[in-house]
Ligand binder design. Structure first.
Ligand code: MN
Length: 241
């Protein structure tokens, strides 16, 4: 049977031109739905509701994609907001932390993307750099200004990792983040690094956990890159277990 994969959604408010009406839409990136479908799963967007429904939502699903988006509220990792912090969405943070908790408790397959890897690290007690450009100038440019279908920097994948079974040792990835993992949570294993030493992938895979997360955006690269597409076929396979 095809596994059902939930994609965390967000809310967008659009004002109708010439009318004083605004509409609120639930949405997720279409690329995720397209790739889950191509990989043999059934995609579904999870509307941003409240914590009370997270457990029942996850019960219906086989897998979960934690998608990209706003910065995570620094109070969730015991820091005060610094000046270069981006837009926040505390309601989304709380809902996604509940979804993640439920997905872990119910042994569902998880794939975190960009904000997703950061949320996972915060959930397990790690912290984030609030703004990479405020750090030493030796850091690479991690928020590229070119098309995200083009790779931007290298990452080196750790040889003994699960990720290394899917991807070659060194790959080129796109990069569209201004935050990153600072202190890595103890439960997680870092499995890929950029040349400036930032964590670009983590995993937590044992008999009770099936979690993989990356800092780049494979959903944009995967359309033209069979290697990146493997992250989605892998999620679908893990969701069947
Ligand atoms: Mn990067």
């Amino acid at each position: 049977m095809k596994p059902l994969i939930g994609i965390t959604g967000n809310i967008r408010q659009d004002k109708e031109t010439n009318h004083n009406i605004s509409w609120r839409y639930s949405y997720s990136l279409h690329d995720f739905s397209q790739l889950v479908y191509q990989a043999g799963g059934i995609p579904v967007t999870l509307p941003l509701l409240d914590d009370g429904i997270a457990g029942e939502m996850i019960e219906k699903l086989d897998g979960l994609i934690l998608s990209g988006g706003e910065d995570i509220h620094p109070l969730l990792y015991q820091q005060e907001p610094q000046t270069k912090l981006g837009p926040l969405n505390l309601r989304r943070d709380q809902f996604e932390l509940s979804l993640l908790k439920q997905a872990l408790e119910q042994d569902k397959a998880i794939l975190g993307i960009c904000r997703g890897i950061q949320l996972i690290n915060v959930y397990f007690g790690g912290s984030l750099y609030q703004d990479l450009q405020s750090l030493e100038p030796s850091y690479l440019q991690h928020r590229q200004q070119s098309d995200l279908s083009q790779a931007h920097h290298h990452v080196q994948i750790q040889k003994d990792s699960y990720l290394a079974q899917l991807l070659p040792d060194i790959i080129k990835v796109n990069s569209y983040h201004h935050q990153a993992i600072h202190h890595l949570a103890k439960s997680l294993t870092a499995t890929a690094y950029s040349p400036d030493g930032l964590v670009e992938a983590v995993e937590y895979l044992d008999k009770d956990h099936s979690l993989l997360a990356v800092q780049w955006h494979p959903e944009i690269q995967a359309q033209g890159d069979p290697e990146q597409f493997k992250l989605f076929t892998d999620l679908v396979e893990r969701s069947k277990k």
